[in-house]
Design a protein around this ligand. Sequence first.
Ligand code: HQG
Length: 183
Amino acid sequence: MKDSNQTVKVSKFLSLILRHSPATIKLKLDENGWADIDELLAGAATHGTRINRKLLDEVVANNDKKRFSISDDGKRIRANQGHSVKGVDLELMPVTPPQVLYHGTASRFSASIREKGLIPGTRHHVHLSADTATAVSVGQRHGMPVVLTIDALALHEQGQPFYLSANGVWLTGPVNKRFIVFP
Ligand code: HQG
């Protein structure tokens, strides 16, 4: 069993490279966000981050949020959601959402969200969850957590697409304040 500090460190590194900044290790993602694993490991080593294939496989398999997928041929890896890097299309299928979904944020953002609605910021999508516990832990990352209830089905019925990532995160575009219920 690997020390969890090490697996968390590798997961954070993979999130950085595969979602936001592949250029940090001179890596190229293809148009669907896939990276060649041999190139990734070689680039990481050059950058001073030594990861072998066994450790990579362990991090992918045991990741708490299943953040990464390995291709069926075992040669490529990608992040399942959370990207900010331009030019990546995960080819997610639009799905009808449940009546409500939740968004976890921090109290310090409430006033701005009341005014402007939810915006994706640097990421491709606004991230939503089907349960409030996940929303609380997402919000806690930013400060005192606040859970917003989103009238997802009503927003979908207005024509806005929703997607479900391979690891169960709901993704959509900007959420107009009319569809947000504040606690
Ligand atoms: C807030 C993690 C002011 C928004 C999580 C959030 C998630 C506004 C922050 C995934 C705003 C952006 C994404 C507005 C939105 N004014 N603030 N109008 N609209 N915000 O990290 O949703 O662990 O980019 O509420 O589990 O926190 O990395 O998004 O607080 O699924 O795999 O702007 O990241 O996944 O923050 O988190 P983020 P997020 P991982």
